[in-house]
Design a binder for this molecule. Sequence first.
Ligand code: F6P
Length: 328
Amino acid sequence: MSSKLKKIGVLTSGGDAPGMNAAVRSVVRSSVYNNIDCYGIYKGYEGLISDDLVKLNARGVNNIVNKGGTILKSARCLEFRTKEGRHKAKATLDKYGIDSLVVIGGNGSLNGALIFEEEHGIKTIGIPGTIDNDLVGTRCTLGYDTALNTAVNAIDKIRDTASSHNRLFFIEVMGKGSGHIALNAGIGAGAEEVLIPEQDMGLDRLLVSLKKSEKSGKSSSIIVVSEGEKIGENVFNFSSYIEKNLPHYEIRVSILGHIQRGGSPTCFDRVLASRMGVHAVDCLLKNKSKLMVGIVDDKMITVPIEKAIRGGQELDKDLIRVCDIISI
Ligand code: F6P
């Protein structure tokens, strides 16, 4: 064990994701196990700036492994994007003698952690907590599996009513520029089409495909659409185009929205969170930092945060092919 490590702070930042609580629990218990004090910081970086933190012991994180959301609360903190904000954050850490952080969050949160370490030398390990699955170097992010299952359950229900009424449904799922949720939930729920940002299908091809589906005897259809810049933007554009060009279709739009971020984490996410939390503390103990923990081939790995936040994770081309083949 490195003698340098004094106290660990843990925070959840950005959009919450199922499994964040299990990760907090794991970081706290792993710290306690290694005789290191651990502080929970409230509302992400906001709590660092406003000195809102609490020392946590093993019992302080009882009964949260199964809970959605985050007991530490989360925020997208604009002040932390400024040098002044980060100075205030450092002053808080100094006050408590905290010299390392575990940041559980997505792209923006990990980027903030990297800048903070570069400016102030606070050692940081990131845990990829986001439903979007858009971080490079890990097979999946924490919360993604739960969000996928939530989306598939919801689409299954919509399928029942779509087929009862012979309707065409456009269903928007989250993903912030990344089509992982749309593609996988689309395949899992048997969607007729999946529209993702990584592949511009073109509205004319969508028309052709719908006509083909109709000819082949389909009386209802589900089209899963990945969200655009704004919630609802893409999905209403697509649906009104089809409404204009295929007026005999009875169309409905459903936006799954934030239900995808809530709910009790799946067993997969709970185990992943537990492993990631332990691995994050192990890294700090070994004096490592500026790394994000991840999972590849069912093994815990680390990847430089700088690499993890650049560019998003590529979609598996084979999945796109599978989707095309099985949706005929
Ligand atoms: O990054 C997670 C995410 O849920 C995205 O999928 C979505 O675009 C965004 O957060 C929504 O953010 P907010 O909760 O701030 O509206």
